[in-house]
Design a binder for this molecule. Sequence first.
Ligand SMILES: NC(=O)N[C@H]1NC(=O)NC1=O
Length: 183
Amino acid sequence: MDIAVVNSLSYEQFVEVFGNAVEKCPLVAAAVWSSRPFTSIADIDDAFGHFIDSLPDSGKEGVLRCHPDLAGRDLQSGTLTADSLAEQSQAGLTQLGVAEAERIAVLNSQYKLRFGFPFVICARMNDKTSILQQLSQRLASDHAHELTHAIGEVKRICSLRLQALVCPTHLGPAQPNHVPPRL
Ligand SMILES: NC(=O)N[C@H]1NC(=O)NC1=O
């Protein structure tokens, strides 16, 4: 879908297409629709990012709480969203050994107990080793830093989901040696 098509979507259609850009938070897409017309994917991405940043801490925590645990119950019971399943699978989290699965489950519980929201990381930019490392490291963080870090990861996940939905064409003609926008 290109930008012109995105800009032509009704809000119902926009929420249908982008409703899971932020995991299980269609409200974000519903709010971002007001920022049309968009000029590029980067522009859409900025609108999602600004809306998330504008939330109070309780709203940011709410966004995090909509995320499933990595390698958690939803993965085992087959109830992950298609986006999340593809991401967790790419990071190798569907292929964990018994010890690795146990370790991530223990760390996920400790993390939730400490911060009151689940550990969130952009699975597509990591593998199971770096995820386990960062989970241990971030457990030692303080609440304010961790909230900021986790929301940064939500925005990374969102950027990659947007890139998969919108093709990088612009309203103007393609430039030679065109470099796609960095998200
Ligand atoms: N908990 C968590 O990080 N979940 C997510 N990460 C990601 O890349 N996709 C998710 O669903």
